[in-house]
Design a binder for this molecule. Structure first.
Ligand SMILES: Cc1cc2nc3c(=O)[nH]c(=O)nc-3n(C[C@H](O)[C@H](O)[C@H](O)COP(=O)(O)O)c2cc1C
Length: 221
């Protein structure tokens, strides 16, 4: 699978099989994460991989009830949003059965002489995105989550994470129960501004169906 196809079909996988994932595959996904760019090549990232059933159970027990009471499951009008919330609720409920949970975190380390928190996210998000795309290419399902925000202090105690280490993303990973689908995103015509900012980009003659089609492809619609 080429990288464009992996990006296009890297849909959030919130229904995961409990079947174990070989360590080698997790390491390959983290290898890909660590190929990401980072400010000044600071590489200020760390990956905590939780596979221990008791630890996963504790994380699940912290998360699931809080997730519910935050009202995240309130009825909404959109079908897509409803499906997403149902998926997130399912993932939170079943977190103990997910084969592994990866926490992407890191220190405030850049600039070396004047470290700034914003640069933490500049390092962690590209790494996390590389990780989920690589996992997709390996046939593994993931979801970018900020579930850690519901239980940060308890997670620090449970996983022994020092205060100075920031949480970026919490990524459950496993074999998907459902097929990957092409992600739905805005057409590029809605987001490209040629040469300068325009309230509504005017010049949008073509809308590639995918990056692979490219701006000059005859398959553009
Ligand atoms: C920073 C960030 C935080 C996210 N947090 C969550 C989350 O807490 N729970 C969840 O189920 N999905 C989470 N997502 C996944 C998005 O909801 C998902 O990518 C989006 O709905 C589009 O779905 P798709 O990627 O399957 O097309 C997060 C994504 C990002 C980038």
């Amino acid at each position: 699978m080429d990288v464009i196809e992996a990006m296009e079909t890297c849909s959030a996988a919130r229904y995961l099989k409990p079947d174990p994932v070989p360590q080698d595959l997790i390491e390959r996904a983290i290898y890909a994460a660590t190929r990401a760019s980072s400010p000044g090549n600071s590489q200020a990232w760390d990956f905590i991989v939780v596979r221990n059933p008791e630890t996963k159970q504790k994380i699940r027990d912290l998360l699931a009830p809080r997730f519910k009471t935050m009202g995240v499951g309130a009825p909404t009008t959109g079908k897509v949003t409803r499906r997403m919330i149902a998926g997130a609720m399912h993932l939170a409920e079943m977190l103990n059965e997910v084969p592994a949970i990866i926490f992407v975190c890191g220190p405030v380390a850049y600039l070396p002489n004047a470290p700034m928190e914003q640069f933490v996210w500049s390092a962690l998000y590209p790494a996390a995105q590389n990780l989920i795309v690589a996992a997709r290419a390996l046939g593994l399902g993931t979801t970018f989550t900020t579930f850690h925000m519901f239980m940060e202090s308890e997670l620090r105690d449970l996983l022994g994470i020092p205060k100075e280490i920031k949480f970026g993303v919490m990524i459950p990973i496993g074999w998907p129960q459902k097929d990957f689908v092409k992600v739905t995103r805005k057409p590029i015509s809605e987001v490209i501004h040629w040469e300068k900012w325009s309230e509504r980009p005017i010049e949008a003659p073509r809308q590639p169906n995918s990056l692979r089609d490219g701006p000059f492809s005859s398959r553009c619609t």
